[in-house]
Design a protein around this ligand. Structure first.
Ligand code: PLP
Length: 391
């Protein structure tokens, strides 16, 4: 495999799938964990185990601070956002419960919800507008009293549309429901304050905006949810209360059975610190500028249709488009082969979102910029699309 530095002029525009390359600090933290703190965290009493526990706890603290949580023990580490969403849904929803979601969700939300529907959970989907946005009057109608949970993504992985979390939290709480936010596309990209925004449960992934490695993520459980009412997804050893054959009641152990991904969590910690050092507001400002350049550049090509909001304040720098008369697979291949531009085409694990955008079943070409993408690189990508359209 070629090292990253040999990739020359390659332009990576697939940050919505996973961020790349990772900051050096992240790679060093994982290397250090293996060499200097490689014991099993929370298990043994020797120095390598204690050093590992310290790294895991420091990551928990960094994540809690990033999301405005005062209690780091309510940050539960999982393997990814999908795992965290499953923990929240399967842990809290019971047969007969009513749950509301939107028409712009990823399969990480839709598949567990459809499976729960088969088991007796009642599911309502709020239809979204063709750009992925949500009409709050429609949402208010759907989120009726008696709803147990509202599940929404913070931003669409297909159209980049940002959903109004605070307003939806108010609707959810007025109906007596919890709000679960899938922040896979926004953690590390857009400021998130769990308490200020009214989020009860926040699922995040570590390997995208937070700059960490794959295999990391978590569920942040606000104090508005009693953790004793959440059924764990798995049961097993935690290193605590070893004399008991029943699961500990306390967090995070109740939900973190089995040896954790210590190496990954060390990398995640460094990624979160990288984000905090750069400043989440600065990262979002840059993201907005990239979004503006993407929207303006794509809109200027007559054959191109952009699927998503045009206002950069309402979207992230993840932009989906189609080209009249061309297959998305052809555009993706030519971008890769002729221009060294890596992006993702197709349905992006989100058929519901594509139905909303009117791009099902063919899908779209998706350019997804990241924190280190430069404005001139967006111009390079737009020029490549122009050339492909003309030939
Ligand atoms: C909106 C959204 N939700 C959930 C996920 C799932 O994230 P993970 O693959 O880390 O579980 C993704 C991944 O692309 C996503 O974009």
């Amino acid at each position: 495999m070629k090292p990253a530095s040999d990739f020359g002029r390659m332009l990576y525009l697939d940050h919505a799938a996973t961020s790349w390359p990772k900051p050096h600090e992240v790679i060093r933290a994982m290397d250090d964990f293996c060499n200097l703190a490689g014991g099993n965290p929370g298990r043994s009493g020797h120095r390598l185990s204690l050093a590992a526990s310290r790294v895991v706890y420091e990551t928990r603290e960094a994540v809690a601070e990033l999301f405005g949580m005062s209690d780091p023990l309510r940050v539960i580490f999982t393997a990814n956002a999908t795992h965290a969403i499953n923990l929240a849904l399967r842990g809290l929803l019971r047969n007969g419960d009513r749950v509301v979601t939107t028409g712009i969700e990823h399969n990480a939300v839709m598949r567990p919800l459809r499976a729960l529907e088969q088991q007796g959970v009642r599911l309502a989907v709020i239809p979204c507008e063709p750009d992925g946005s949500i009409d709050l009057a429609r949402a208010a109608e759907a989120i009726m009293p008696g709803t147990r949970m509202v599940v929404i993504n913070h931003a669409s992985n297909v159209a980049g549309t940002i959903l109004p979390i605070t307003e939806l939290a108010r609707l959810a709480h007025d109906a007596g429901a919890w709000l679960l936010v899938d922040a896979a596309q926004t953690a590390g990209v857009i400021p998130i304050d769990v308490a200020a925004m009214g989020i009860d449960l926040l699922a995040f992934t570590g390997h995208k905006g937070l700059q960490g490695p794959m295999g990391t993520g978590g569920l942040v459980i606000h104090s508005t949810v009693d953790t004793a009412t959440i059924e764990p997804l798995i049961y097993g050893g935690t290193g605590s209360r070893s004399a008991h054959e029943t699961q500990p009641e306390f967090c995070p152990d109740r939900f973190e059975s089995g040896t954790p991904n210590g190496v990954g969590i060390a990398g995640l910690g460094a990624g979160v610190r990288w984000v905090r050092q750069r400043g989440i507001a600065t990262i979002r400002e840059h993201d907005r500028e990239l979004a503006r350049a993407l929207v303006e550049g794509l809109a200027a090509i007559p054959e191109v249709a952009l699927h998503g909001p045009t206002d950069p304040t309402q979207r992230t720098a993840t932009a989906s488009f189609t080209v009249a008369g061309r297959r998305v697979s052809e555009i993706g291949l030519r971008l890769d082969d002729e221009f060294d531009i890596l992006c993702r085409v197709g349905l992006h694990c989100a058929p519901a979102a594509h139905r909303t955008l009117g791009t099902f079943p063919e899908g779209t070409v998706r350019f997804a910029a990241g924190a280190c993408t430069r404005l001139e690189e967006i111009q390079t990508a737009i020029t490549a699309v122009e050339q492909i359209v003309r030939t």
